[in-house]
Design a protein around this ligand. Structure first.
Ligand SMILES: O=C(O)CCC(=O)C1=CC=C[C@@H](O)[C@@H]1C(=O)O
Ligand SMILES: [Mg+2]
Length: 316
């Protein structure tokens, strides 16, 4: 990474090659095997089955601003080129509301017309979320992503924001992708928008099915993957009948390296739907140390065993 994101400066991924192309298996290192298994299903879909037919040739994307100080905002934004939507990280551990307000204010100053959303990654409680959204209201936010960690809290924040007359919508991210039941948020009326990442939901087709059943607008976002994984997110966004918001798929711009000579980065706020050519030279240059490679291969084996058990069970 060029700057810290999710508290990390280094991202690891395992790439697999199959008859349909490359797939990416990149659950975050702290995820256990059960949580990692759908990420492998997503990699297998990409590499063995390919993607459903796209309904558009490119998808709109937002710039993503990590929890940096206001002085660093312009530099971060410059890596995304011209965009008309920005997602700003807020509620970072060890920072206060004043830091969030200063960061969002700087984005608004630089891009007076942009659609701005904030992502708290569940870092607030209900009272903190409402206080923060009162303070951020003057920046005319589109939506707040995962203001609080739990579904009941999301619902309370959503209803209270409306009662206070705020226009900002509530989006659920972790409450969809880290829940046993990704449809609970929709059933409980706890969000206006779903933020959807293909890998934790088991791939593009499964994500399309969940979005269809949820009946809420979806924003497709990255898992901080290389261009190979981003390709799956682009395929998902391109296959959705409705795509009302810019997607969080421009995160390769936050990275110092990639596995292709032609990264899936935005041009004029959009990423084109196209295949990703993996560079052997880059694979070699960014190859993990032997002990990390072994750790990932063992993780792959365990995730695969869980998927195989699951499909044996569902066949009865
Ligand atoms: O949505 C975006 O603009 C970029 C992607 C992004 O923010 C994330 C990617 C991967 C892990 C997450 O912590 C984070 C998110 O919470 O949405
Ligand atoms: Mg999020």
């Amino acid at each position: 990474m060029r700057v810290k994101f999710r508290g990390v400066l280094q991202r690891e991924a395992l790439l697999v090659r199959g008859p349909a192309g490359w797939g990416e298996f990149c659950p975050f290192p702290e995820y256990d095997d059960a949580e990692s298994a759908p990420w492998l299903a997503s990699a297998i879909e990409a590499a063995w089955h390919g993607f459903p037919e796209p309904l558009r040739t490119s998808v709109p994307v937002n710039a993503t601003v990590p929890a940096v100080g206001p002085d660093a905002v312009e530099g971060v934004l410059s890596r995304f080129g011209a965009v008309d939507a920005v997602k700003v990280k807020v509620a970072e551990k060890g920072q206060d509301l004043a830091a969030d307000v200063a960061r969002v204010a700087e984005v608004r100053r630089l891009l007076p017309e942009a659609g701005i959303k904030v992502d708290a990654n569940g870092g607030w409680d209900v009272g903190e979320a409402l206080a923060a959204l009162d303070a951020l209201a003057r920046f005319d936010l589109q939506y707040v992503e995962q203001p609080v960690p739990d579904i009941a809290g999301l619902r309370t924040v959503r209803f209270e924001l409306r009662r206070r007359g705020h226009r900002v919508l509530v989006a659920a991210d972790e409450s969809v992708r880290r829940q046993d039941d990704p449809l609970r948020v929709a059933r409980e009326d706890a969000a206006d928008i779903l933020v959807i990442k293909a890998p934790p939901l088991g791939g593009v087709r499964r994500a399309l099915d969940i979005i269809g059943r949820a009946g809420l607008p979806a924003v497709i976002s990255s898992a901080l993957d290389t261009s190979v994984g981003i390709r799956a997110g682009v395929a998902l966004a391109a296959a959705l009948p409705d795509l009302p918001y810019a997607c969080g798929l421009a995160t390769v711009s936050l990275m110092a390296g990639d596995v292709t000579d032609a990264p899936l980065v935005p041009h004029l706020g959009r990423i084109g739907v196209r295949e990703v050519e993996v560079s052997e030279e880059k694979l070699h240059r960014f190859a993990a140390a032997p002990d990390r490679r072994q750790w990932w291969l063992e993780r792959l084996d365990r995730a695969y065993a869980l998927l195989a058990d699951g499909s044996r069970e569902s066949r009865g």
